[in-house]
Design a protein around this ligand. Sequence first.
Ligand code: GTP
Length: 602
Amino acid sequence: MNNSDNIRNFVIIAHIDHGKSTLADRMLEITGTVEKRKMKEQLLDAMGLERERGITIKMAPVRMSHILNSKSYILNLIDTPGHVDFGYEVSRSLAAVEGAVLLVDATKGVQAQTLYNFEQAQAQRLKIIPAVNKIDLPNAMVEETKQEMAELIGCDKSDIFEISGKTGKGVQELLEAIIKIVPPPVPSEKQILRALIFDSQYDSYKGVIAYVRVVDGQIKAGDKIYMFAAKAQADVLETGYFKPELVKSESLNAGEIGYIATGLKDLSKVRVGDTITQFSIFNSQFSIKPLTGYKEPQPVVFASFYPQDADDFEALRDALSKLKLNDSSLFFEPESSETMGRGFRCGFLGMLHMDIVRERLLREYDSEPLATIPSVVYKIKTKRGEEKMIYRPSELPDGGEVAEIMEPFATVEIISNAEYSGAIMKLLENARGIYKNLEYLSPKKILLAYEAPLAEIIVDFYDKLKSITQGYASLSYAIKGFSAANLVKLDILVAGEKVDALATVVPRDQSYQKGKYIVEKLKELLPRQLFMVTLQAAIGSKIIARESIAALKKDVTGYLYGGDRSRKMKLWKKQKRGKERLKREGRVEIPQEVFMNLFKKQ
Ligand code: GTP
């Protein structure tokens, strides 16, 4: 028998809103992990932002204890997010555990993320425990949902648990099943420390705190540790568990999930996916291999962030670095632009992810950078045969040099009630989608498979899908690769000047329509100036649409009555000069909301 025999590590995975956090609450209550008076709904959604929006953004680990047949067990649960943008959080949690509770809302049945998460858990060879949730609701379709799940997983209907995270019904039985079904962690024979970093955060006293799954060996305060990928050393200040707040412990042992306070102030030394070992072992003759890390997350949406004040460049770097510790899927690197100065090119896993990063920067770091329009990354082949990645549409060279433009394509899976299939297919067609497959999951439910350009999927496709299906359809997508497409760069000129941040890449056959839309919308959104402002959409040097915003009239001669014509003329002249100066020097200032509103809904 090994010491980890009484440990069970598991995650709860589900489609968004199927009730993971609520189920976790009941488990915390039943195991007495959190005192009743401290209990609040969705306790593991600790971030203010999570509670306000009712979504889980971060995975949250917690350690519980439970007694079964007079034996005491340690249960480490990791609550995971459900939205498609946060899939990377889920994949990391899966690597730290042996089992997964796959939860499905009985009023909704199997949905796109259920499928996706199930496949991920299967790929990690986790023991899967299926459960139907929300059975207390009058419109729960328990039998149908069980049937769908049984077909998906290939299990018996009787193996599926029926629970209500709200009332607690069936949760005790589920906990017992977790103990019985999920295997305990099995450390290797060698008792040499290897711990996988699956998350991290920054504390101004304790430095970087690494969240780890100890795979082999033991670690305690005072140990000197070594991080493989970062090639960095640190002295352990403290080890402990999540309750869910940090609680100090003597040591962390093989099979356990907990934290290590490293005291490190250099944030780049603790990387998610890296392996920690003892420095003495690394330095000795022992051959020790790091654990398999994670696939680097692939950002799909890029935007540039610039500090409002150029002096705040370093502060923005610091804020992004700290945020990245806690959100390792955030990508950023410095860049500079002629018009905007020094800033950072940032990569996100989706639009919601970008939105959350902006809000977290503001709330947690009091930083509100200017953001350019989000865009996917394009790949071009030049006529000289070079390949180049284009992170901002404005970087795209003009027509002549480019032999081919390629854009990222995604495989898209949509699960919906069959009655909406026509409307969904039309929506996908408008999004330049390519039909692949249609499968009936049950007589009423379909699974549609398409391929579509990522740029069409990430902006507001999900909102449109929800609205045409009354919220019934669900979506998941994964990047497939780059495909050539007939695209052009659409430039926007405001008062005769190209505005880099307004450039977009559009399908050639939609360029007129998009150009017209943008200048018309800009006319609505831009504040009026003292002079007339022309708005133009152009492809290369060809203007394809134009509008103008009339000047704000200020009657400077108003206070001069009578016939003093020459004085009037003088004033008009002066004003004309002023306007010319304004035109010459002054770029029209474009407020940040204009960028965001312009591309929201087209
Ligand atoms: P994400 O983390 O954002 O993916 O959501 P989640 O899966 O954690 O779902 P959450 O626990 O936040 O629950 C979503 C909604 O469903 C909340 O309004 C809950 O109160 C409700 N809910 C969860 N479980 C049950 C249940 O068993 N019965 C009923 N009636 N409502 C439930």
